[in-house]
Design a binder for this molecule. Structure first.
Ligand SMILES: [Zn+2]
Length: 108
């Protein structure tokens, strides 16, 4: 297959994708996911247990190298990976909450 017909095939596929509603939604979702990744350069991935728990403000904190803080409110915690933005710069970290058992849930 020469370059021209390969290019045509790509355009053809792109057109089919855009003309199909469900495919387009999938395409948009994938696109925004990768855009999100570009907008938020992920610095590192930490576990919730390695973040500092501020019991006064009921939030988890992690120092950013810029001097700012990554802040995760206790109410935001769910059993998954959470993307947290620095409050001072454009960096982000992922806090892994999947492994952590929130002791709050057991009320004994
Ligand atoms: Zn920062």
């Amino acid at each position: 297959m020469d370059q021209c017909s390969r290019t045509f095939r790509l355009i053809d596929e792109a057109w089919k994708t855009l003309s199909d509603d469900s495919l387009r939604r999938k395409y948009d979702a994938e696109l925004s996911a990768s855009e999100l990744h570009n907008i938020h350069p992920v610095q590192e991935e930490i576990s919730l247990s390695s973040a500092f728990y501020n019991s006064e403000l009921e939030q988890y904190e992690k120092d950013c190298r810029c001097g700012g803080k990554y802040i995760l409110s206790e109410t935001e915690i769910c059993n998954e990976l959470i993307l947290v933005d620095c409050d001072n710069c454009s960096l982000s970290i992922i806090i892994d909450c999947t492994a952590s058992e929130i002791s709050k849930t057991s009320n004994s």
